[in-house]
Design a protein around this ligand. Structure first.
Ligand code: ADP
Ligand code: MG
Length: 232
């Protein structure tokens, strides 16, 4: 099992008020699979993903990723894990505005140890001719392609995508989801993606429905639907 989470709990404290955001999450994902986390706003999706990505920490429970118990790592080792093993894609791309497309990718740490390079990943996302452009000169969909290239250039073990199509129109969303499936196939990257669009779940191997900090349903899709065939 590549991801194996058991009884994961997380609360946030604001002044006197303690809010339990994750109430004992359990989930598993195999290497090379695509998983989708579905759930309404505020259900804890980003919190769960940030813990898996080493940005945040759980309070208790087990978070095993590729045999590493990341909840037990010290701060330095957790930073190494985040920089070395994890790729992130966000809703609003988070590209550095004053760097070109190529430079946005080249600032990624650990790139020298990767079997991939900037030109290869730009070609993989169809952006090879935009290497010297700045983010403001690109459409939203093109910026998301660059952010996917940036996330995969270090050949991460796990690609975490937090509402990657949340800011995109229908056709562009479909092409980005198609691209994620291509990355999964081409590089064998395990992908975990957050969405609140139930139709998108058809492109995943496993679907986890989150509600108020609990997984209320897990579905295994016997057939994975190509993103270009999904309609919503
Ligand atoms: P989702 O991504 O499903 O919309 P989040 O994981 O972002 O949900 O948030 C779940 C709940 O945790 C929300 O009620 C949110 O307000 C709260 N929360 C998230 N991050 C923090 C934080 N750093 N401090 C306090 N509360 C937080
Ligand atoms: Mg969120």
């Amino acid at each position: 099992m590549f991801i194996d989470i058991a009884n994961l709990k997380k609360s946030y404290r604001t002044g006197e008020v303690v809010t339990e955001v994750l109430k004992g999450i359990g989930m598993k994902l195999d290497k090379g699979e695509i998983g989708v986390i579905l759930g309404p706003s505020g259900s804890g999706k980003s919190t769960l993903m940030n813990i898996l990505g080493g940005i945040d920490r759980g309070d208790s429970g087990q978070v095993l990723v590729d045999g590493i118990e990341i909840n037990q790592l010290n701060d330095g080792k957790l930073t190494d894990y985040r920089r070395g093993d994890i790729g992130f894609v966000f809703q609003f791309y988070n590209l550095v505005p004053n760097l070109t497309v190529g430079e946005n990718i080249e600032v990624v740490s650990n790139i020298s140890k990767s079997p991939l390079n900037t030109d290869e990943v730009l070609a993989a996302v169809g952006m090879q001719d935009k290497k010297h452009r700045f983010p403001r000169e690109l459409s939203g969909g093109e910026q998301q392609r660059v952010s996917i290239a940036r996330a995969i250039v270090k050949n991460p073990k796990l690609l975490l995508c937090d509402e990657p199509t949340g800011a995109l129109d229908y056709d562009t969303s479909r092409s980005i989801l198609q691209l994620l499936q291509q990355v999964n196939k081409k590089y064998g990257t395990t992908i975990l993606m957050i969405t609140h669009n139930a139709a998108i779940a058809a492109m995943a191997n496993r679907v986890f429905r989150l509600r108020s900090g609990e997984i209320v349903e897990e579905t295994v899709n016997q057939t994975v639907v190509p993103a270009e065939r999904i309609e919503w």
